[in-house]
Design a protein. Structure first.
Length: 238
């Protein structure tokens, strides 16, 4: 009887173990204030780089293109000298695309300011992106300037944000946006939907995942004439 009972108990334990969910080793840790502040500091640094670039060139950084306007390298490469990464910048062949035989070897040298916080991504990928497309500050052939391109105000217009999905940092790829479409792009890949945004004045705000979509859309658009209630973005009602 004892032997039979022991075998039954053993099989019961095996069955229970098989049915139990297996914890994911790659599951990100809980979001902490330390994580959020680390990304906030990265975005502040990017904001300073944008303004330093603007001070010298009189325009905000955009993707590096060929003579025909075809994007070759990301703005993330263009601002390297303003992130104290001159040496890395000079290693790029600016007349070649990001995935050329030469330039793709530099992907692994991604500066830490672009590195993901809390979550994992493939080597050389970043969540820091601009909104790009119809109605956004950054769009094809545009050379945005401050304050001329942001009549809605630099304190109420988005410049760099934390996207939902990462991209290779040297690739000219960003958050697609079209003001004529109802659906907004997904954001907040590092913090479960919450995300930080660098505004055009260089400051950084934290936007909650349940923020009013209409207010978020106005934040992305620099010249729609709408005065945003920033409280609806940073402290929305549940």
């Amino acid at each position: 009887m004892r032997a039979t009972l022991s075998v039954g108990v053993l099989f019961g334990l095996i069955a229970a173990a098989a049915a139990a969910p297996v914890p994911k080793d790659d599951a990100p840790p809980p979001v902490t204030e330390r994580h959020l502040k680390a990304s906030l500091q990265n975005l502040k640094q990017l904001g300073l780089a944008f303004h330093s670039y603007h001070d010298i060139t009189r325009v905000l950084p955009t993707n590096i293109t060929d003579r025909n306007g075809k994007p070759l390298l990301s703005w993330r490469v263009a601002i390297l000298p303003y992130l104290e990464e001159d040496r890395l910048y000079k290693q790029f062949k600016l007349e070649e695309p990001w995935d050329s035989e030469h330039n793709k070897k530099l992907i692994e040298k991604m500066p830490t300011v672009y590195a993901p916080i809390r979550v994992k991504a493939k080597a050389g990928e970043t969540f820091y992106q601009v909104f790009y497309g119809k109605g956004a500050l950054f769009r094809p052939a545009a050379l945005p300037i401050i304050p001329g391109s942001v009549p809605d105000g630099t304190t109420r217009t988005a410049m760099v944000a934390e996207a939902a999905e990462p991209v290779v940092w040297t690739r000219p790829a960003d958050i697609p946006f079209d003001h004529e479409k109802k659906d907004l792009p997904k954001l907040g890949g590092m913090f479960d939907g919450d995300f930080n945004v660098t505004l055009c004045d260089g400051s950084v705000i934290r936007v909650k995942k349940n923020a009013n979509p209409a207010h978020l859309k106005h934040l992305i658009m620099p010249a729609d004439g709408y005065v945003i209630d920033m409280e609806q973005l940073t402290n929305p009602r549940s």
